[in-house]
Design a protein around this ligand. Structure first.
Ligand code: PLP
Ligand code: COI
Length: 357
């Protein structure tokens, strides 16, 4: 399929102070869009100026939340080129998410080609400021005009680009986590492993409670026993306990993070023993109390490596590593971001270069 390209006549000014970018409120000049219906399949693939879109108010996405998305980044290297990190993994995860919601499948090679073409066109927007990058947000949603509950037949795919700084306002400053004991985010057999909007809507109430109480993020427990650690709002979680790295197993209710997968590989290659297993909140609290929890951090595309400074659960709160980033998280951060920004060689084949314009 051809990708039609219509360039903007009104290029927008780039953000004046890229250090103040924040996350996800500034967008580039162009976006990718294509539509699906059962007669034509995917069609009308186009890169067009970023503009408002007209969607019928009866579209099922507004009523029943049929939507999946992805998140990845383009990084500016010291030689001025632009590169992506494991983008094919995002394409595959988006297909898995779409399958869960029964949105139409797509050709991952084609979507990656479209994504590369879009980033190539808007590559002047990839920030040069240290730590800043271009966040890439593919999204697929149902456009059926239908208030009945029926199988999905029409959909739209879009890719948006947003220059971003730190997702968490403190950057590498350790975050304070509230372990949520009432609401749950996902259950096995539900949509936890899929990156779909509903999971994030279901998280809002606990996130608001945590914020009101002065915490930065929520740590979710499993939906059945309310006992096993799952993940943080937008990140997977890792603990260093007695020298070993422990991270929750992918039981079906946890998002299979691409950063998580990369961290596990990097840590094993650095000689750490990494256990992917069930880890209970009691084990976490006991290791915090006894001082055997040496470090803890979250990991994700937006959040990168985010050290955890404290955990609160019910009426107890403990700090981790004196609220400082620990040596293992720092080393992991340096290695991961080194590969992403092209300052370290990539022995894994994770990097995909964006062609120069
Ligand atoms: N868990 C959740 C709920 C997320 O939203 C994210 C972010 O994408 C992650 C984990 C980390 O996944 P990844 O490393 O692929 O960005
Ligand atoms: C990402 O890291 O890409 C995410 O989608 C997390 C989101 C909460 C910003």
């Amino acid at each position: 399929m051809e990708i039609r390209i219509r360039k903007t006549q009104h290029p927008q000014p780039k953000p004046e102070d890229p250090r103040k970018l924040g996350f996800g409120t500034v967008f580039t000049d162009h976006m990718f869009t294509m539509d699906y219906d059962p007669q034509q399949g995917w069609h009308d693939a186009a890169i067009v100026p970023l503009e408002e879109i007209a969607i019928h108010p009866g579209a099922a996405v507004f009523h029943y939340g049929a939507e999946v998305f992805e998140g990845l980044k383009a990084y500016r290297t010291d030689d001025g080129s632009v590169q992506l990190f494991r983008p094919a993994d995002n394409m595959q995860r988006m297909r898995n998410s779409a399958e869960r919601i029964q949105l139409p499948d797509f050709d991952p090679d084609f979507l990656l080609k479209a994504l590369l073409r879009l980033v190539e066109l808007d590559q002047d927007w990839v920030p040069t400021t240290p730590g800043a990058s271009l966040y890439i947000r593919p999204v697929e949603f149902c456009t059926d005009i239908d208030l009945g509950l029926h199988a999905i037949s029409r959909a739209r795919m879009m890719i948006l680009l947003s220059p971003v700084g730190s997702y968490l306002s403190g950057g590498l400053k350790p975050v304070n986590i509230l372990i949520e004991d009432t609401d749950v985010r996902a259950v096995r057999g539900g949509t936890g492993y899929a990156k779909c909007g509903g999971n994030y809507a279901a998280a809002n109430r606990a996130a608001a409670k945590a914020e009101r109480r002065g915490f930065d993020q929520v740590l979710w427990l499993d939906g059945v026993h309310r006992q096993y650690i799952e993940e943080v709002g937008g990140m997977n979680v890792m603990f260093k306990i007695k020298g070993k790295i422990v991270t929750p197993a992918l039981t079906g209710s946890v998002l299979p993070g691409i950063t998580r997968r990369s961290c596990i590989q990097l840590l094993r290659d650095k000689g750490y023993e990494v256990e992917e297993r069930l880890i209970s909140v009691d084990e976490v609290m006991a290791s915090l109390e006894s001082g055997t929890m040496e470090e803890a951090w979250g990991c994700g595309t937006a959040a990168v490596i985010s050290p955890i400074g404290s955990f609160a659960y019910q009426d107890r709160q403990f700090t981790v590593n004196n609220r400082e980033i620990g040596p293992c998280a720092q080393d992991l951060y340096d290695t991961l971001t080194g590969i992403q920004w092209g300052r370290r060689t990539d022995p894994y084949g994770w990097i995909v270069k964006v062609p120069k314009p």
